[in-house]
Design a protein around this ligand. Structure first.
Ligand code: SAH
Ligand code: SF4
Length: 395
């Protein structure tokens, strides 16, 4: 992709197909939404709060997927629920496990579209990298996802469902009364760093994060959830106020000229505008540090001068800088910086007082590393007519 590439690509936006059944999926509904659907389907109002609590615990604390197992509800009520509602997570089409233990799940969602979720086990933590869109409308020139032409927003159910099916696969639904502490959990952290730009799917991401955080359910603390954005400036204050998780920024360059080429959304909101929005984030969200992600591209953004400019630019913002060695993908127009270069860059940042971890590429052998995700079955090759037929009942 060249400097003249559009900020957003010429994508085919796929409508969300209605589910195959007419039963409403309870996953992904916020507590108030769940209450509303129960009342609308005949649950008496004075019982609704209790029913929401009970369902919530079965679904999000115990991981139960059938109403039949909800033994503190009457048989008649269970049958009534089963007739009207579903508890559905995306279907796992395949699971690959890397030599380093990283797991990549290929998921199929309504309409037959596909997304990927990656689980990365590390010493003392396990991070689940989830997707917010099928593909991405943006065109960052180093990112594989940005070359996928079909784009559709995931629903809150499909976002929360990724966490639930990882727990299924890892066998992590606790026995009653034995919920593990955060530190010992297999899925101890969630990062919105998979496919898609989360802030272009704001409402679904917000609702999903709210559900993942809910104390009586999956109950991950907000400090263990990180949203990564390419820099959708008008949504940043709202992210602090309505989502409140940690923020990571795909920064990647220290001049507008280079950032325009790497992260084309920079032509809409440049470095100065982005940094302005970021200065308020820690106060608004009550969080400590913003992570600046910086992909290391040989000869493009990896000089000593870049490192020095970077620390100057972010001065005054509580920050940590995450250096990401570029992960190659077929046809990629860049190369990874040499290891000595990455270390020299890291050293300058470190001496300026910033933590500067270099992200070890994980799961490369299964194309699970950052920026390598793209639905395996190149659906972009489908014709518009085929897509229209597939989504005929959608809207
Ligand atoms: N759309 C969001 C989140 C998904 S990308 C965003 O851009 O922030 C997650 C991170 O992986 C981003 O920092 C992104 O810039 C980085 N990334 C994308 N392609 C990459 C590649 N090929 N190698 C290394 N990092 C990459
Ligand atoms: Fe989209 Fe993020 Fe990839 Fe850019 S880096 S194309 S915003 S997924």
């Amino acid at each position: 992709m060249t400097a003249n590439a559009p900020i957003t690509q010429d994508v085919v936006t796929i409508p969300r197909k209605l589910p195959e059944t007419d039963r409403t999926n309870l996953i992904g509904l916020t507590r108030p939404q769940l209450r509303d659907v129960l009342i609308a389907s005949g649950t008496p109002e004075n019982k609704a709060k209790m029913r929401v609590d009970q369902l919530w615990q079965w679904i999000y604390q115990k991981g139960v997927r059938s109403f039949g197992e909800m033994t503190n509800l009457s048989k008649a009520y269970r049958a009534e629920l089963a007739g009207k509602f579903a508890i559905a997570v995306p279907e796992v089409v395949s699971r690959q496990i890397s030599a380093d233990g990283t797991r990549k799940y290929l998921l199929r969602i309504a309409g037959g579209h596909e997304v990927e979720t990656v689980y990365i086990p590390e010493e003392g933590r396990g991070t689940l990298c989830i997707s917010s869109q099928v593909g991405c409308t943006l065109t960052c020139s180093f990112c594989h996802t940005g070359t996928q032409k079909l784009v559709r927003n995931l629903s809150a159910a499909e976002i929360v469902g990724q966490v639930m099916l990882a727990r299924d696969d890892l066998g992590e639904w606790p026995e009653p009364g034995r919920a593990p502490k955060d530190e010992t959990r297999l899925v101890s952290n969630v990062v919105l760093m998979g496919m898609g730009e989360p802030l272009y799917n704001f409402e679904a991401v917000r609702d999903a994060v709210g559900i993942i955080r809910d104390d009586e359910g999956i109950s991950l603390s907000r400090k263990r959830i990180t949203l990564s954005t390419s820099g959708v400036v008008p949504e940043i204050a709202r992210t602090a106020e309505e989502i409140g998780c940690l923020l990571a920024i795909s920064f990647h360059a220290t001049t507008d000229e280079v950032r325009d080429r790497l992260v084309p959304i920079n032509r809409k909101w440049n470095i100065a505008a982005l940094l302005d929005a970021l200065r308020d984030y820690p106060r608004l969200s009550n969080s400590e540090r913003i992570t600046f992600e910086y992909v290391m591209l040989k000869g493009v953004n990896d000089s000593d001068a870049d490192a020095r400019r970077l620390v100057k630019l972010i001065a005054g913002i509580p920050a940590k800088i995450n250096l990401i060695p570029f992960n190659e993908w077929p046809g990629a127009p860049y190369q990874r910086s040499d290891w000595e270069r990455i270390e020299a860059f890291a050293d300058i940042i470190y001496k300026a007082g910033y933590a500067s971890p270099i992200r070890t590429p994980r799961g490369e052998d299964i194309m699970a590393a950052c920026g390598q995700l793209k639905s395996a079955t190149e659906r972009a090759r489908k014709s518009r007519a085929e897509i229209a037929a597939e989504t005929a009942s959608g809207g």
